[in-house]
Every structure is written in structure tokens, then in C-alpha cells.
Design a protein. Structure first.
Ligand SMILES: CC(C)(COP(=O)(O)OP(=O)(O)OC[C@H]1O[C@@H](n2cnc3c(N)ncnc32)[C@H](O)[C@@H]1OP(=O)(O)O)[C@@H](O)C(=O)NCCC(=O)NCCS
Length: 167
């Protein structure tokens, strides 16, 4: 299926999905109005991903994972979804899940690079992951209180938990 571009004035808008994701393009309208063109593609395959494509993640972490460790995380997770900026050939967002495929799934990591936030990429990653986990009754993640609103839009509810954090 071919993507059908729709331009968005002074902004970025997800347009039309092809089989791997959404496509957004940058350009100028005849009026001279400026359009941002970005091509964001979604994939659940890590095969073509290199460490050079994984720069800038784990923002604000005391000990951010190296791109090498990040790649291993992606390779060894049960499910992943990646958002890729095809113009720059870099990963700009990702989500991972671990699951027994029967009762429980845990979503350890969701991150969109700062320059790409607020463009619905995080929402798309979570929606695609929840679709992959459909049928699993318990899906958990931990997050700071300020991000609860983001997850609430997917029907997630606050819960209480315990954890170990050795970092
Ligand atoms: C949280 C995060 C993944 C959201 O990604 P994003 O691509 O910016 O999110 P979207 O553009 O899809 O936002 C969808 C909606 O959620 C809201 N939202 C996004 N981030 C939010 C946050 N941190 N707190 C509250 N609401 C948030 C947006 O305002 C938006 O609402 P709108 O559609 O009414 O404008 C991203 O901000 C991020 O990577 N943060 C740093 C890492 C992090 O906190 N990860 C989660 C740890 S569990």
C-alpha cells in the first residue's frame, strides 16, 4: 500500500499508514507556508538496527545504557516497536515488553527522543504494543506520577507496586 501524504501547516502530522508505519513529509506549499516533512516509520524488527541508529536515549538517567547495551535490550525483549526517522536513518522512539504470553506482560521501557515528543509517536508506540499484547490479562508498567495521564488514555489505571532499582 502506498502512503498518501497530507501536509500540516507549521507542524508535523501522521498521514497514512503503510504496512510498517506512518509517513510524514517535509516541504513547501505553493503559498510559501512552511511545512515540516518527516518520515516516521514503525517496525517491530531489530534486524536492520545498528548501534549508530540508537543515539540519544536514556535521557536523564544516572547511568544511561550505551547504544550497544540498548541494542541487546531490543534483541532480547519479547516484543518491541521502534519509530524510525528515515530521513536521518535513526531510531527516534522505542517501546519494549517482556511476557509469558499467558498471564502477564511488563513494559519496562518507553522513550521518544526529546526533539520528537508531542507528535503522537509515544502514543503510536504504546497503541502498537498493546495490540501485540492483546489477550494477556495483566499488563504492567511503572512510571512517575506526571506520566500517568499519558498512559490513562490507553485505559491503564494507577496501581501500587514494589521494586528494586540498583542504579
Ligand atoms: C512519555 C513519552 C514517551 C510520550 O511520548 P510523546 O511522543 O511525546 O507522546 P505523544 O505525543 O504521543 O503524547 C500524547 C498525549 O500524551 C500527553 N503527554 C505526553 N507526554 C506526557 C507526559 N510526560 N505527561 C503527561 N502527559 C503527557 C501529550 O500532551 C499528548 O496529549 P494531547 O494529544 O492531548 O496533546 C515521552 O514524553 C518520553 O519519552 N518521555 C521521557 C521518557 C519517559 O518518561 N518514558 C515513560 C517512562 S514509563
Amino acid at each position: 500500500m502506498f502512503p498518501v501524504p497530507i501536509l500540516c501547516y507549521n507542524g508535523v502530522m501522521a498521514l497514512c499508514s503503510n504496512y510498517t508505519g506512518w509517513v510524514v513529509r517535509r516541504g513547501h506549499a505553493g503559498t510559501g507556508a512552511q511545512f515540516l516533512i518527516k518520515m516516521i516509520e514503525y517496525t517491530d524488527s531489530v534486524e536492520e538496527i545498528t548501534t549508530e541508529m540508537l543515539i540519544g536515549f536514556f535521557e536523564g538517567w544516572k547511568k544511561p545504557h550505551t547504544p550497544q547495551a540498548h541494542l541487546r535490550i531490543l534483541q532480547q525483549s519479547d516484543h518491541i516497536v521502534l519509530a524510525i526517522d528515515r530521513e536521518k536513518n535513526s531510531v527516534v522512539g522505542f517501546i519494549t515488553a517482556l511476557t509469558d504470553e499467558v498471564q502477564s506482560a511488563f513494559i519496562p521501557l518507553v522513550e521518544v527522543l526529546p526533539d520528537y515528543r508531542g507528535q503522537q509517536i509515544g502514543s503510536e508506540l504504546v497503541s502498537r504494543m498493546l495490540k501485540k499484547l492483546e489477550g494477556i490479562p495483566a499488563i504492567d508498567l511503572t512510571c512517575d506520577p506526571d506520566v500517568q495521564k499519558f498512559y490513562a488514555q490507553f485505559g491503564m489505571i494507577p496501581s501500587v507496586g514494589m521494586c528494586i532499582r540498583n542504579y
